[in-house]
Design a protein around this ligand. Structure first.
Ligand SMILES: Cc1ncc(C[n+]2csc(CCOP(=O)(O)OP(=O)(O)O)c2C)c(N)n1
Ligand SMILES: [Mg+2]
Length: 656
């Protein structure tokens, strides 16, 4: 006889407990508490086919409470995901295993997103649910028709990001999104009441969600609640009252079981208590059988879907979009923009150039979905005549994210992970601080997400030091696998957009000026020079004695300094540096040639020095910011802080 649900759930409990025991590290409490809810979801409701983890129309399952990773690994193993062998389970948390401490996207088939920073899984799932609705509108329900399920803990709901996520989801009426809250009253420090007495159901309800509370160990209640969730016209929250570490006679219901191995004696006592006679990492056939059947449940649906896709006229376009490939003619209109800009040399803020770039590519790349965290007019992210992405017709391509920088960025990650969407979103560069946790996960996961950060320096002027980024470029450049672009004019802005769109496995930040800047690329290059990261923009007239490095709005300052130096008979070359990261990828001889061998090297950027020593060396001169900015018109500020062609030329001369 095949095992009943209770025994199937106990298999999760025991595997989780044993894997944590073996590693002597990990979190058994959450998987043991949520085993019943997860078993009903994965055997009756979740649409998936264990033999095809990449099936585009699968339901997305997000374990926002990532510390409970053994819940997910157990589910993947039991339901028959080929990569999740028992050996991988045994190698929990060991180097090179498919079972890292927290779920990691791109590392383990079946893991939809990297989780661990609490609350972000939930916020990422909102983006997946947005992408699903949008693509259902674009390609029709025959091809796109799935749900997003989230397991979230008390910690996820305490985190501020949950507020941004649930209010955005409620506003957009994401009815295909369901959060299963592991309502176990326990966090690491003890009872939730120590630090939080929020009425979560009331909070979600206020944000526009359908809510319900159940006993998370009662299979009938679980089944009814999941069925209920699928019928709601709003996103749904199911508060699953559970006992953390359920099954452990000594520790269940206590915070002791949250994050450590139970110990040999308690493991034995738990086995006895559950009536689980098998040894560690042994699952009997009668338990595997119904689990594997559950893992195959979706195969028929998947094959029927494949048939519909094969017969669909939209097949090629669907496959292209889901693969993340750009359309063939993606940059045709942008290339003519570059040619026009090389000829007309427009002077404008780079944020305006960015808006003009978007006008050229938005129609050519239907996968682009834009938005802004309530700064649309300032970020120049809106393309004329674009419809808002909103209920009930989600075909629009502009998301009104509201004042939610972190929620927006996490949602963009979710869209990119879902596939079929290339998200970009705007805010002031200074508020990348608010978005940073999601930028970091984007970089760690390797997803293409484009953050448009305008007002990128003291050049924004009167809004003052709260709004003026100073350390942001340096801190963003410190992040692995993040491309930070700071273009200087229209041509570089177009080039950097191309590079951001072409970087399939790397997120980008585009740092753009609020203030008008002159064109600096005055001759046709015939290639994307920004792709080099740094390149010589202007050579020296006299024998080169000085090299001036600059990015973005300060490139024109460097050019001004060059003219002054040349007028005094001092040869000076100018190097534009739109991207530190891409420069690092160039061959050593190219790097050496760009850096050059002049006696004096100067860098100019309206930010802190950190990072620039790579170009100018310790003995180099840095002209930029040493502290926070101030509130005044931009030209006054550049003068006040000494970031002018005159000051740069004087500093270079003083060093000669
Ligand atoms: C942003 C963030 N802060 C802190 C942590 C460390 N942390 C991991 S689990 C946890 C408590 C979680 O409580 P809950 O979500 O209720 O999980 P349970 O103890 O019920 O398993 C904390 C503080 C984290 N992973 N992410
Ligand atoms: Mg908890």
């Amino acid at each position: 006889m095949p095992a009943d649900l209770r025994t199937m759930a106990d298999a999760i409990r025991v595997l989780s407990m044993d894997a944590v025991e073996q590693a002597n590290s990990g979190h058994p409490g959450m998987p043991m508490g949520m085993a019943d809810v997860a078993t009903v979801l994965w055997t009756r409701f979740l649409k998936y086919d264990a033999s095809r983890p990449e099936w585009a129309d699968r339901d997305r399952f997000v374990l926002s409470a990532g510390h409970g990773s053994m819940l997910l690994y157990s589910l993947l193993h039991l339901s028959g995901f080929k990569a999740m062998t028992m050996d991988e389970v045994k190698a929990f948390r060991q180097l090179g295993s498919k079972t890292p401490g927290h779920p990691e996207y791109g590392h383990t088939p079946g893991v939809e997103t990297t989780t661990g920073p609490l609350g972000q899984g939930l916020a990422t799932a909102v983006g997946m649910a947005i992408a699903e609705r949008h693509l259902a509108a674009r390609f029709g329900p025959d091809l796109v028709d799935h749900r997003t399920w989230v397991v979230a803990g008390d910690g996820c709901l305490m985190e501020g990001v949950s507020h941004e996520a649930i209010s955005l989801a409620g506003r957009l009426k994401l009815s295909r999104l369901t959060v299963l809250w592991d309502d176990n009253d326990i966090t690491i420090d003890g009872h939730v009441g120590l630090s939080d007495t929020t009425d979560q159901l009331a909070r979600f309800k206020a944000a526009g969600w359908a809510v319900k509370r159940i006993d998370g160990h009662d299979y009938v209640q679980i089944r009814r609640a999941l069925a209920w969730a699928t019928k709601q016209a709003k996103p749904s929250l199911i508060a699953c009252k559970t006992v953390i570490g359920k099954g452990s006679p000594g520790f269940e219901g206590t915070h002791d079981v949250h994050g450590k191995a139970l110990g040999k004696d308690e493991v034995a006592a738990t086995r006895k208590n559950l009536g689980w006679p098998h040894e560690a990492f042994v699952v009997p056939d009668e338990v595997y059988r119904p689990w594997r059947a559950a893992g195959r449940r979706g195969a028929k649906l998947r094959r029927a879907w494949e048939g519909r896709l094969a017969a669909s006229g939209a097949r090629a376009e669907f496959d292209r979009a889901m693969a993340g490939d750009l359309p063939k003619r993606a940059f045709e209109r942008l290339d003519s923009f570059i040619a026009e800009a090389e000829a007309s040399k427009p002077a404008a803020a780079t944020r305006q150039h960015s808006g003009a770039v978007l006008e050229r590519i938005f129609g050519e790349i239907p996968d682009l979905v834009g938005g802004s965290a309530d700064l649309t007019g300032s970020n120049n992210t809106f393309v004329k005549n674009t419809q808002a992405l909103d209920a009930p017709d989600y075909a629009g391509r502009y998301v009104n994210y509201g004042v939610r920088e972190l929620g927006m960025t996490a949602a963009m990650n979710g869209m990119a992970l879902h596939g079929g969407v290339i998200p970009y979103g705007g805010t002031f560069l200074v508020f990348s601080d608010y978005a940073r946790p999601a930028i970091r996960l984007a970089a760690l996961m390797g997803v293409r997400m484009i953050l448009v950060g305008t007002h990128d320096s003291i050049g924004l002027g009167e809004d003052g030091p709260t709004h003026q980024p100073v350390e942001h470029l340096a801190s963003l450049r410190a992040m692995p696998n993040l491309n930070v672009f700071r273009p200087a004019d229209a041509v570089e802005t177009a080039e950097c957009w191309k590079l951001a769109l072409d970087a399939k496995a790397t997120p980008s930040v585009l740092a753009l000026s609020r203030q008008k800047v002159p064109a600096v690329r005055l001759v046709e290059a015939g290639e994307n020079l920004s792709a080099r990261g740094a390149y010589q923009l202007a050579g020296a007239g006299h024998p080169a004695e000085v090299t001036l490095f600059a990015s973005g709005s300060e490139v024109s300052v460097a050019l001004d300094a060059r003219e002054r130096l040349e007028a005094q008979g001092v040869g000076a070359r100018v190097v534009s540096v739109p991207s530190f990261e891409l420069f690092e990828r160039q061959p050593a001889d190219y790097q050496a040639a760009v850096i050059g061998e002049t006696e004096v090297r100067v860098a100019v950027e309206a930010g802190v020095r950190q990072g620039w020593d790579r170009f100018i060396g310790e003995a180099g001169v840095f002209v930029g910011m040493r502290g926070f900015g101030a509130s005044a018109p931009d030209k006054t500020l550049y003068g006040h802080f000494g970031i002018t062609g005159e000051a740069v030329a004087a500093a270079a001369k003083a060093k000669l």
